[in-house]
Design a binder for this molecule. Structure first.
Ligand code: DGL
Length: 267
């Protein structure tokens, strides 16, 4: 099936998920939508995130996508279930795969979850984790400054190390041994996080786990693209093409040129 896979996010961060999909499913065509005009989602209400996500899904459907990946943790937390109910194609988010890996990796039973304010407030990581293993203790913490630090390119910087220390002190206090990077941007500062937490703490990257789950899903449902053609990648944003491209260049293994603006409010 060579129809593309639709991937969407509140902005540029979802490209961390795209890059994992490209690595694990190199034969698939992709259509990416980043809602760069309305980012951030991480401080918005469920009602707003659900409305935005529904518009994006409607847009992606016009591209004849065969499946949708909600790359945004906040949208996965607040909107995925409602969207899935109305959709006739498979849709997966990043929360479930991340939660599953956290449960599989913890030995002490103390799991940490970091994400946006809305993701943490939703309690969804805790729910999934405790559904899988009710003996696990979950410590969660919103880390709102991580997103702008990443978008400013401060991946290896004293300022970032300092903020990491302030936010994650509680994770050390609770002796977590598995920490879910529950926001699209956080894997990009995994070096700084690992420096603070130490190598013994397993950092769970939901982007990686989601690409793995997507591969399993497409394989099971006989939906993999088996044509030998070079895959096509299309990018759409709601604003700021140049900024998008410059961020994409820092995340993806090749230079993105074809990015178009979409009037997402009209969907
Ligand atoms: N993409 C969002 C997430 O993963 C982070 C950026 C935002 O707040 O919109 O939760």
């Amino acid at each position: 099936m060579n129809n593309p896979i639709g991937v969407f996010d509140s902005g540029v961060g979802g490209l961390t998920v795209v890059s994992e999909i490209m690595r694990q499913l190199p034969g698939e065509n992709l259509v990416y939508f980043g809602d760069t005009a309305r980012v951030p989602y991480g401080s918005k209400s469920k009602k707003t995130v659900l409305k935005y996500s529904k518009q994006i899904v409607r847009f992606l459907k016009t591209k004849n996508v065969k499946a949708i990946v909600v790359a945004c943790n906040t949208a996965s937390a607040l909107a995925l279930d409602e969207i899935a109910e109305e959709l006739d194609i498979p849709i997966i988010g990043v929360v479930k795969p991340g939660a599953k890996m956290a449960v599989e990796t913890t030995k002490t039973g103390n799991v940490g979850v970091i994400g946006t304010e809305s993701t943490v407030k939703s309690g969804i990581y805790n729910d999934y984790i405790r559904e899988l293993d009710s003996d696990v203790t979950v410590v969660s913490k919103p880390c709102p400054l991580f997103v702008p630090l990443v978008e400013e390119g401060l991946l290896e910087d004293r300022v970032t190390d300092d903020i990491v220390g302030r936010y994650l002190r509680v994770m050390k206090e609770y002796k977590v041994d598995s920490l879910v990077l529950g926001c699209t941007h956080y894997p990009l500062i995994s070096n700084a996080i690992e420096r603070f937490m130490g190598k013994r703490v397993k950092l769970v990257n939901p982007a990686f786990e989601t690409a793995k789950s997507l591969k399993e899903l497409l394989t099971e449902q006989g939906m993999l693209n088996t044509s030998k053609q070079k895959p096509e990648y299309q990018y759409y944003v709601s604003d700021g093409v140049e900024k998008f491209i410059s961020f994409a260049d820092s995340v993806l293994p090749y230079h993105v040129t074809n990015t178009e603006i979409v009037d997402i409010e009209s969907y």
